[in-house]
Design a protein around this ligand. Structure first.
Ligand code: F6P
Length: 324
């Protein structure tokens, strides 16, 4: 392998830039050329490439987003699009790809590898932490800190006005962000898709804590939760079924994906970039790099995509006890 391409695909996440920097510098360290591919698979199909050397990634380890830009490509889902991409890679003499993204991006990488026998390695970059084969995806830790900061601020208003706040957080179909920030932000209740407790139990519990002397409350709602699916309907229902609180909704949205990566995500990104490039140089392909029990490990892309991450039951229990 003489030339490696790197791209970011799907939703951006803090730490992607640090991972790009690591891939580029590990290539330089091993005297391998590195090519940045802009706008994910879109740019791959169009041949939007630029040679990157060790100095071209200076000053980005602390930046959120991705300098290579990202996109969700429809064309790459079609065989024709992938054929065009393969042609562009051959023309540029790129021998292997590092894909930084989530499960959708990995599905594309895996199909591409099968069709063209093209070496690929994935780096899991998403705030959702919904990928099997790593305890942490890139950006998860930063997003947790961002959201906890927001909840702390919302709590100031909640307690000043005796309010109940429903705070919606991201996570797509999983509740990892919600569960962690709920505990860290001292939420009274946490609604996650993995555990359906029902509306009545929620109202009952909020009424109980109101009667026990609480003057304000925060309920963290994962965007994928069933009863929280329409958070404004949920708010209306609770408003009608309990007294003593002024109820408000706060949907945090895309601010959760931005900002400088945490120290943890910068270190993780640096480790993942090294592991990804060195794995390709050792002839490994169709794997994802991940953090398992503190060490860098490889997981077949197929397992990373098809597996379902499990919610930490111990965390769930802690959150129940804390809301007593
Ligand atoms: O996968 C990351 C994520 O931020 C999810 O948490 C969220 O559901 C989704 O992307 C939002 O996607 P978009 O930026 O396309 O609206």
């Amino acid at each position: 392998i003489k030339k490696i391409g790197v791209l970011t695909s799907g939703g951006d996440s803090p730490g992607m830039n640090a991972a790009i920097r690591s891939v580029v510098r590990t290539c330089a360290y091993h005297n391998v050329e590195c090519v940045g591919i802009y706008r994910g698979y879109e740019g791959l199909i169009e041949g939007d490439f630029q040679l990157l050397d060790a100095r071209s990634v200076r000053g980005i380890i602390n930046k959120g987003g991705t300098m290579l830009k990202s996109a969700r490509s429809k064309e790459f889902r079609e065989k024709e699009g992938r054929q065009k991409a393969f042609r562009k890679l051959s023309e540029a003499s790129i021998d292997a790809l590092v894909i930084i993204g989530g499960d959708g991006s990995f599905t594309g990488a895996m199909i591409f590898n099968e069709e063209f026998d093209f070496p690929v390695i994935g780096i899991p970059g998403t705030i959702d932490n919904d990928i099997v084969g790593t305890s942490n995806t890139l950006g998860f830790d930063t997003a947790l800190n961002t959201v906890v900061d927001a909840i702390d601020k919302i709590r100031d208003t909640a307690s000043s006005h005796n309010r109940l706040f429903f705070v919606e957080v991201m996570g797509r179909d999983v509740g990892h962000i919600a569960l962690n920030v709920g505990i860290a932000g001292g939420a009274e209740e946490i609604l996650i898709p993995e555990e359906d407790l029902g509306l009545d139990r929620l109202v009952e519990s909020l009424n109980r804590s109101r009667k026990s002397g609480k003057t304000s409350s925060i309920v963290v709602v994962a965007e994928g939760d069933k009863i929280g699916k329409n958070i404004f309907e949920l708010k209306d229902y609770v408003d009608q079924n309990m007294e003593g609180y002024d109820v408000r909704v706060s949907v945090l949205g895309h601010m959760q994906r931005g900002g400088p990566p945490s120290c943890f995500d910068r270190v993780l990104a640096s480790r993942m970039g090294v592991k990804a490039v060195e794995s390709l140089l050792e002839g490994k392909t169709n794997y994802m790099v991940g953090l398992m029990n503190g060490a860098m490990e490889l997981t077949p892309l197929e397992m990373a995509i098809k597996g379902k991450t499990k919610i930490n039951l111990e965390l769930l229990r802690v959150s129940d006890i804390m809301s007593t």
